[in-house]
Design a protein around this ligand. Structure first.
Ligand code: FES
Length: 378
């Protein structure tokens, strides 16, 4: 990463002032902090200055310092420390920050840097011909598990290939950066394993009924004296039943009884003996609670805008005939539970409130989503 300095004087504007709207916002932001702690607002104020003018000028640093009664050097230290602050004029449509720290470098960051050199400018911090794009190499952005990655303003784009980065640059250069969903660009949910879970992927066991025998075993196991239960057993004790203490033998018998109680269906019917886990699985496609599917429409809603839906889950929903936000928005509780079980989602549909998200997206797309949730989808 290059040394971070203020831009040359010949590009620095003579003065800075917040717009009326930003000045009101800044005042309210400063007032959020306790008396005497107003300096805590330095980062949000610098960020707002950058959003207003596109970069952080020397005049903006001094203006923010005056507002917060801070020494200029203190605000300069903050602005030069964080790579989120741009100290030079950058591309008006995108400033691409490529992480070049070791995990990203090992996973192909150099190829991404070469794309930036080819598509934007051979040197970092130089604008392309039309002034819309620029790039730089930065240190770890905290998304190493999805390396390699880039940041463009406040969003990260992860698990990138050079081809995907070219596509992202094209969209931003065309003023359509919002077409690209931030986050991982492969088949994974956030930083979960690519291609689906590799562990903890069995269905949750159904809530087991405690049989009388199992309950008794539980009580017996509690009665083992802690001193004996906690004592490490010798190898001989483990293998020779004659050497087991009465408490140890009793505890093991209780554990065996309990295990049997868990794996057998109640009633003693031999044909019903099966592990509970085997009895729980995907719900039947014929189940009455399966949400109704529709024919694949000519235009599909991008279900991936719903938090929790990645490319793989979207494909599964399509297989079920679910193609639109309106369909998801209309799911009843039993239908949500059916889909949750089908996706092995462990309640995530409720936790992420897919119905509320889908209602907002169906009503007014991304703008309505932002109005309802205060942030962009995904
Ligand atoms: S090393 Fe690139 S995000 Fe951490």
């Amino acid at each position: 990463m290059s040394v971070r300095r203020l831009a040359d004087d010949n590009v620095q504007p003579a003065s800075f002032a917040f717009s009326k709207e930003n000045a009101t916002w800044a005042k309210a932001t400063i007032n959020k902090y306790p008396k005497g702690r107003q300096q805590s607002a330095v980062i949000p104020l610098l960020m707002r200055a950058q959003e207003q003018d596109g970069w952080v000028t020397k005049a903006a640093i001094e203006y923010v310092a005056d507002m917060l009664d801070m020494a200029y050097i203190r605000v300069l230290e903050v602005a030069t420390f964080y790579t989120q602050f741009q100290l030079l004029p950058v591309g008006t449509r995108a400033h691409v920050q490529v992480c070049g720290t070791t995990p990203c470098m090992l996973r192909g960051a150099e190829d991404l840097i070469n794309v930036c050199k080819k598509r934007i400018h051979p040197e970092p911090f130089h604008l392309n011909e039309s002034g819309t794009l620029s790039w730089e190499e930065v240190e770890c952005q905290g998304a190493c598990v999805n390396a390699p990655m880039i940041m463009i303003f406040k969003d990260s784009y992860e698990d990138l290939t050079p081809t995907q980065l070219e596509h992202i640059i094209d969209r931003f250069d065309a003023g359509k950066g919002s077409d690209v969903t931030p986050g991982t660009q492969v088949d994974r949910i956030y930083s979960a394993p690519a291609g689906g879970l590799t562990s903890l992927n069995e269905p949750e066991p159904a809530a087991k009924k405690t049989t009388t025998r199992a309950k008794k075993a539980d009580e017996d196991s509690v009665s083992v004296p802690p001193s004996n239960a906690a004592r490490a057993k010798t190898d001989a004790e483990e293998t020779d039943p004659k050497l087991k203490t009465p408490a140890t033998a009793k505890a093991e018998a209780a554990a065996n009884t309990k295990a049997k109680g868990e794996t057998r269906a109640e009633g003693g019917d031999a044909s019903a003996k099966q592990p509970i886990a085997a009895a729980v699985g995907k719900p039947s496609l014929e189940d009455k609670n399966r949400p109704a599917g529709i024919e694949r429409p000519a235009t599909l809603d991008d279900l991936k805008l719903i938090s929790g839906v990645g490319p793989k889950i979207e494909g599964t929903l399509h297989e079920l005939g679910i193609f639109t936000f309106a369909q998801v928005a209309g799911w009843k509780k039993a239908e949500r539970e059916w889909v949750d079980l089908y996706l092995n989602f462990k309640g995530r549909i409720e936790r992420d409130d897919w119905v509320k998200q889908a209602k907002a997206l169906a009503k007014g797309g991304e703008a309505e989503y932002i109005r309802v949730f205060g942030k962009k989808p995904r």
